[in-house]
Design a protein around this ligand. Structure first.
Ligand code: GLU
Length: 475
């Protein structure tokens, strides 16, 4: 029996949790859930120059919002320096790594010379020749040094679950630095030491890390550990096939949240950026996705981030949120002040089919709390003729006299009035709509009136009637 997988999401707090990072986290989470494994969160914060510590909380919050709860961690690499130093000392003692004493100036000169010759810079490997006793003596005397890995003189094969097999010939990589002269571990080193310490079985991350992978494989070997399995996820591009940017609607998770997207829609959308469960299935809950997820069904090619599709999917999800919960979700986006909750609960079924985001929905609810302050000019032009004022007033009277204030009764009254006035139903309904919402677009009118209530409806209709009496649109 294969042991349950242990996977990790390892963000560097140099930016917020963006689309690519969120997808990586999600795929790790789904994979762990699928196989009853462990999802570990590890903050890679050793790059003191680029870290923004305040982003750690933001990343944790975004993950929690997305439902990507972790089973272990968050570990912080900045609290694990001892581990990296011990591992480096061990590799030195075992002769798998060595000290290199070149000064930054010397390395820079070598780099420039390589550039001038049109070659890629590679470290010469000079430090390998220093006998261990001399290396110890120079270190003890305080001479600055870095620690480099002795790259093995054999090809390295990376058998990636998503990207396929790649072979890196012997000698294609130089002896890279594990520890800087100030005792700071470099990225490749801390990643591998931690992956070993945390018994990571599968590394699922962005394809931008694929070129690093042969280095990691060499390091796992040097550390005496079996390399985990790798799955490198294809790039995410904009809908136009260009590099993903803000222009494409890509953003940090907290911005998606501010745009009024639901976490369940966002994770569903992100899951489909590279993975497909087959059978053209699109809408899935996290549990459904976890039940179907497999690394083998992730495609190697780049996927496209289509914000329109995300908004559409979000709209679909919105329809299924029960009204009381929806109201809670809408609160941070601003609900109309002083509007009874009952009215809003009544308005939601009418408004939500027309909204894709919480922001849109919150905006649409405003009309249930406040009378329109102005009217759409095209609406006034068409329906603001003087002759419409008596029609509006009569309609207000008729609905006031109804024995039951139901949408069916109102519709019947409207039809009867339109027939009497020899106008089409739309010629009555449209000015009423304009009176109630200030626009010519609204959900089913009579249902809306039922929610607004007689008093509000009358007040708004009479206000428009008064307006067009005093300043009618030219006929
Ligand atoms: N810390 C790296 C990053 O944020 C991830 C490293 C890894 O997954 O191996 O890109």
């Amino acid at each position: 029996m294969t042991p349950a997988p242990r996977v990790r999401f390892a963000p560097s707090p140099t930016g917020s949790l963006h689309v690519g990072g969120a997808r990586t986290a999600l795929y790790n989470w789904l994979f762990a859930r699928r196989h009853g494994g462990t999802f570990i969160l590890r903050i890679e914060d050793t790059d003191v120059d680029r870290n923004k510590p305040e982003l750690v909380d933001q990343i944790l919050e975004a993950m929690t919002w997305l439902g990507l709860t972790w089973d272990e961690g968050p570990y912080r690499q900045s609290e694990r320096y001892d581990l990296y130093r011990e591992a480096a000392a061990r590799l030195l003692a075992e002769g798998k790594a060595y000290r290199a004493f070149e000064t930054p100036g010397e390395l820079e000169a070598a780099r420039k010379a390589a550039d001038a010759a049109g070659e890629t810079f590679r470290y010469s490997g000079a430090g390998r020749q220093i006998p261990p006793a001399e290396s110890d003596r120079r270190a003890a005397a305080g001479e600055p040094f870095v620690i480099r890995l002795k790259m093995p003189d054999e090809p390295i094969v990376v058998d990636d679950i998503v990207q396929g097999r790649a072979e890196f010939p012997a000698g294609s990589l130089d002896d890279f630095v594990l520890m800087r002269s100030d005792g700071h571990p470099l990225y490749h080193f801390s990643v591998c030491v931690d992956d070993v310490a945390m018994a990571i079985t599968h590394v699922v991350r962005g394809v931008d890390h694929l070129p690093n992978t042969p280095k990691h494989v060499a390091l796992f070997r040097a550390l005496g550990a079996e390399a985990p399995k790798f799955a490198h996820l294809g790039m995410i591009l904009g809908a136009d096939g260009k590099k993903l940017s803000k222009r494409h609607g890509a953003a940090g998770a907290e911005e998606f949240r501010a745009q009024g997207l639901l976490p369940e829609a966002l994770v569903n959308f992100l899951a489909l950026l590279g993975w497909s469960p087959g059978e053209d299935r699109e809408r899935m809950t996290m549990d459904e996705m976890a039940a179907l997820f497999s690394l083998e069904r992730i495609g190697p090619s780049p996927s496209r981030f289509d914000h329109e599709k995300l908004a559409w999917l979000n709209g679909q999800y919105l329809q299924d949120v029960p009204e009381p919960r929806l109201l809670e979700l809408l609160r941070p986006f601003g609900l109309p002040a002083g509007c009874p909750e009952e009215t809003l609960l009544g308005a939601l079924p009418l408004q939500k089919p027309r909204a894709k985001t919480l922001v849109e929905l919150a905006k649409a609810l405003a009309i249930y709390g406040e009378d329109p302050v102005d009217y759409e000019p095209a609406g006034l032009k068409k329906f603001g003729k003087a002759a419409n004022a008596p029609l509006l007033k009569t309609f207000a009277e008729r609905i006031s006299a109804l024995p039951a204030f139901t949408h069916a009764a109102m519709e019947e009254a409207a039809r009867a009035l339109a027939t009497e006035a020899a106008v089409k139903l739309g010629d009555l309904a449209q000015p009423v709509r304009l009176a109630l919402t200030g626009t010519l677009a609204s959900p089913p009118l009579f249902e809306m009136i039922e929610v607004l209530g007689l008093e509000t409806t009358r007040r708004r209709i009479l206000a428009l009637a008064a307006k067009i009496e005093s300043e009618p649109a030219p006929s």
